[in-house]
Design a protein around this ligand. Sequence first.
Ligand code: DON
Length: 569
Amino acid sequence: MKFKDLVGLITMVLYLNVSIVEAQKIDPFHYQPQKKVTCTQGAVASANTLASKVGVSILQKGGNAIDAAIATQLALAVVYPGAGNIGGGGFMLAHLKNGKNISIDYRETAPSHSNKDMYLDKEGNPRLNLSQDGHLASGTPGSVAGIFAAMKYALLPFKTLIQPAIELAEKGFSITANQADDFNELKNEFIQLNTSPTVFVKTTPWKAGDTLIQKDLANTLKRIRDKGAKGFYEGITAKLIIAEMAKGKGIITGDDLKKYSAKERTPIEFDYQSHHIISMPLPSSGGIILQQVLKMIEHKNIGEMKFQSAASVQLLTEAERRAFADRAQYLGDGDFVKVPVKTLISEEYLKERMKDYQPGIAGNSQSTKQGYIKESDETTHLSIIDAEGNAVAITTTLNGSYGSRTVVSGAGFLLNNEMDDFSVKPGIPNMYGAVGAEANAIFPGKRMLSSMTPTIVLKNNQPYLVVGTPGGTTIPTSIIQSLVNMIDFKMSPEDAVNLPKFHHQWLPDEIRVEKDFNPGTIQQLEAMGYKVVKKESIGQVELIEINFGKTRKITAIADKRGDNGAEGY
Ligand code: DON
């Protein structure tokens, strides 16, 4: 060992107050993302290498996948402030080793003083700056309640799970080049949308490797460590949130915070090509879209059409068009509006829906509206598998990158801008271009419709894939492609995640493709009558594949897009 490495190691031991073995694993000032890890015991893939390392260290301490998920999520709130959060919300999906599938909904809620027209001016025109920027854009945060709702499935004491996050906040970590770019680009917004200076703004430009220290956040995390969920929803943190609301014309009240509760929901489950898919129910549209699209294509031999042939892209596009048209009309928080879920996912309905699909000829969103039903919704994902067969998929979000860009003064965390996921007015697109109707209108206490789609796939009753991604409305379609790539096109997990993706969401009526998408396929799609639009990048998938052969083999893939990192042992 070189002298400078020895000094580094000793510094680490002092810094984290842990054993030399652990110190060698997590060095917040020197780390590199691994994009692919193969191992046998357990693995974590998340948006940030430090957070993935925290997750694996918890597994190695005897924690299960839920312990690791909680610790990873808390670490992301510190090392990935663009989307990791305690001021936002999310969904956890888990397959437990006893065979039980659970989902925890900790989506933000509309504050009690919200109303349907709160983002319209006197003439009824939308004011999307208010639903997207600053204090008024925030729903009541759900993440901390979600974490405590998950604790009943965990093994280790909460203080062990939150400790790495506290230390990373208190003592700092080196930021990545992408984060330095973000902070520089958002400097003016952080200044304009805040009532006090934030840690994300400094006078000289940020660069990769600079240290980010978040003392206020560390203190908030300590209150959560000591007082549980009450350390966030009541007491000092709640007071700081309420004071922030008063300074910035926000509407979250003490009562909204106190009343917030996470909800366990019954996951969406269905079979596709001999695999059992488990995904997120309402208030996410993700699971329903997954089921609708996969069931619409299941008997159309997509496997034989080949990956990214014009035929396979067209088939998926037309199924996505139909699922997103239904999303816009029918989907919203099922606790507040009647959503005809049973019909929307029934075989008969989906067969009828694809009746007018014509191979080789582009459909259009003028004539394809929602289906006929007689009865009268910046994000980050983490995937975890443990040695015992517990699997956890969590997608959590502030909505836009760095959410509302508003930090609660004195509490050090960013608030979400999730209110924009409601339909502020029928037909008016939100920041992801999604339109909605009455079903997703704002109402006090209601959860805004989401697209987040944490998903677990079982094969022969054993966890086979754990997958998820950020990306707004492109989330379900990215998951669909990851699954079809693995199941139908028999790709390696690496290719399934990293090869170019595409997306259709009914409106706008266009196929979005990544910039390196096959140009020949684009030409053929255009010849069929499709409008094709190039995008820089779609999604950041974290996928774990578990193969049970003679020996168990885990392959964890962190998307090549972004700073994502996979770790395992
Ligand atoms: O819940 C939703 O669908 C959105 N708020 C997710 C936002 C998102 O994925 C942003 N990531 N790039």
